[in-house]
Design a protein around this ligand. Structure first.
Ligand SMILES: [Zn+2]
Ligand SMILES: [Zn+2]
Length: 250
């Protein structure tokens, strides 16, 4: 279970109703012990699911998080996928249990999976973040209202609310908005992921972002096209640096 209080920080009240209802469900549900990834009765993560977690741990590239021999070094890659992004923090690979947890969280609104991912992301950020990020703002990658209606909640805004409390960073939900509905990035009809999200986002309240470090939050980092489009807007609005925090990198 997730320790998320319902009579929480006033900032949480600014969340949309489905998000608040989802949060309340976290508090109200008293689930019997079961694996958060596959639902098998027993431990929080059953042995097969635990073995299938692809942790991105150990000495890692300070920019992209790929394994390196010496901690604090760069991996030598071009990092084109991280244009305008200072660093990517993603504790898990999407293959295996990481992806299963994200799907349970996003598609089934499963509170146990949600809580596990939230704790894991918070721990990964604490481990990775340098002092300069203590006053950073958390910005969720925005979901179009149509998709939020289909899904019933906005997974990135939900993560930002929980991370805000755990990491004591200011949630800046609503600063980035989706101004255009786009096909899902994984849709086979999408030939260019960058073109698919071009001009899909808008920025509100630029003063919240100016001269500040921003942590862009989402569940998964795939091609990076969505996060790059968001980072471009944030940097154009004067953000000093943009980092990305997700649960999984695929
Ligand atoms: Zn399991
Ligand atoms: Zn790297």
């Amino acid at each position: 279970m997730v320790a998320v209080p319902s009579g929480m920080d006033p900032r949480w009240r600014s969340l949309r109703r489905p998000t608040r209802e989802f949060l309340r469900a976290l508090v109200d549900l008293a689930l019997p012990p079961a694996c958060v990834a596959c639902g098998a009765p027993g431990a929080e993560l059953c042995d097969p699911c635990r073995r299938n977690l692809l942790w991105r741990r150990g000495p890692a590239c300070v920019r992209c998080g790929e394994p390196v021999l010496v901690a604090g070094r760069l991996c030598g890659g071009r990092h084109d996928e991280l244009r305008l992004i200072t660093r990517l923090v993603a504790p898990l690979g999407y293959a295996g249990t990481g992806g299963a947890l994200v799907r349970r969280f996003k598609l089934d609104a499963d509170p146990a999976a949600a809580g596990w991912l939230l704790r894991t992301m918070a721990a990964a950020w604490r481990e990775a973040a340098a002092d300069g990020w203590r006053r950073a703002g958390l910005v969720p990658v925005p979901l179009h209202s149509r998709r939020r209606r289909e899904r019933g909640f906005d997974q990135a805004a939900w993560l930002v609310a929980g991370l805000g409390v755990r990491l004591r960073l200011e949630p800046l939900t609503g600063v980035l908005v989706r101004v255009r509905h786009t096909a899902p990035q994984g849709d086979p009809r999408v030939l260019s992921r960058d073109r698919n999200v071009a001009d899909a986002f808008g920025l509100r309240r630029a003063s919240k972002v100016r001269d500040r470090r921003i942590v862009l939050v989402d569940d998964v980092f795939t091609s990076g096209a969505t996060t790059r489009a968001c980072a471009a807007l944030l940097r154009a609005a004067g953000a000093r640096e943009v980092a990305v925090l997700v649960a999984c990198r695929s």
